[in-house]
Ligand binder design. Structure first.
Ligand SMILES: [Zn+2]
Length: 343
């Protein structure tokens, strides 16, 4: 699909303007309502697209401007989940959160992001990528009082995600990405049914598909957790062999300033790799040369035509100015390597 070498993209979310939602915050409440909110979300999406284009990003996204949270917003649109009746659960074994309850059969009564994707499609000729939560990460954000089986609920969500993904594909989305940070935590489940449910979610798709596996946003709960992981982060080692054999086209992972040994990428040889070359947990903007260095290291383990420079995770919690600088650094860093490769 991509003719350009080392096409750049982001993992997903970008900061929202302060007139839309409180900045530098996850689950930030909207500042507008009704018709005004719908218009404002579209305006923000246009701005977010423009900032990516201005920075020279090749595969663009909506910057997740129309959603409050990458998992919750999708689930809010489904039947069978009660958002009033909440229970406290431990998210990814890391922190307690009050979450909605599954009270009946889950179903998608209407498209969730399809109109937003059509709008993005109408705004640009560039390839577009759309992010959805993965089945395992979805179940980890809920209390299940109905199926009483994580696996069963994951299969139900996979079916729903597949319905949404097919409509996103029809709307002209080029890459559909599933966010599965839970793959870095529940290793046995990933291998027992996590990758299988992900493959159910992409069944029958002709567009490209990606899975994004990261160590989370740069929020305190995540940075505290990272401190407990030791000098080498080998979590990817658990899921990569199974992913290498899966039908997923692209694996998006965290590399910049992380303690992930780069040679783990060898385990997904043959897949396209979205290499996180931008740290989202720091306000320091990378230099183009720092980005280039990370990409150079990755090139030891992934062929140049399969390397997609990207960010470690979403940038929603960052100040807008910082995110702009990081987009530009990503683009400039990729340009350095592109030149080296074609020289
Ligand atoms: Zn992420």
């Amino acid at each position: 699909m991509m003719k350009i070498l080392l096409p750049t993209s982001t993992a997903g979310s970008l900061p929202k303007p302060s007139w839309l939602a409180e900045p530098e915050k996850l689950w930030s409440p909207w500042k507008l309502a009704g018709e005004e909110l719908l218009d404002a979300k579209q305006d923000a999406l246009r701005l977010s697209l423009q900032e990516q284009q201005y920075a020279g990003i090749d595969i663009v996204s909506d910057g997740e401007q129309t959603r409050q949270h990458f998992v919750t917003t999708f689930i809010e649109h489904l039947e069978g989940v009660d958002f009033e009746h909440r229970e406290t659960v431990r998210i990814r074994n890391r922190y307690d959160a009050s979450v909605p309850t599954v009270v009946g059969d889950v179903a998608r009564k209407q498209p969730v992001f399809v109109e937003d994707a059509k709008f993005l499609r109408s705004q640009t000729q560039q390839p577009i990528k759309w992010a959805l939560p993965g089945p395992m990460t979805m179940i980890d954000t809920l209390y299940d009082g109905h199926y009483k089986s994580r696996e069963k609920l994951a299969w139900e969500f996979a079916k729903i995600l597949n319905q949404e993904a097919k409509e996103l594909e029809a709307a002209g989305v080029d890459i559909i990405q599933f966010d599965e940070p839970a793959f870095n935590v529940f290793f046995d489940e990933v291998n027992d049914w996590g990758v299988a449910t992900l493959e159910r979610a992409i069944e029958g798709l002709k567009c490209e598909t990606a899975v994004h596996i990261c160590y989370g946003y740069g929020i305190k709960a995540n940075t505290d957790w990272k401190k407990t992981l030791g000098s080498e982060w080998r979590q990817y080692e658990e899921a990569f062999p199974k992913l290498q054999q899966s039908k997923i086209d692209i694996v998006s992972l965290e590399c910049q300033n992380s303690r992930v040994p780069m040679d783990l990428i060898e385990l997904i040889r043959g897949k396209k790799v979205m290499v996180g070359a931008i740290d989202v947990a720091s306000h320091t903007v990378e230099t183009a040369e720092e980005v280039a260095n990370t990409l150079r290291k990755a090139l030891q383990f992934v062929d140049a035509d399969k390397l997609y420079p990207s960010t470690n995770c979403g940038m929603a919690p960052l100040p807008r100015q910082v995110a702009r600088g990081k987009l530009k650094a990503l683009s400039d860093g990729a340009a350095i390597i592109r030149q080296e490769l074609t020289a």
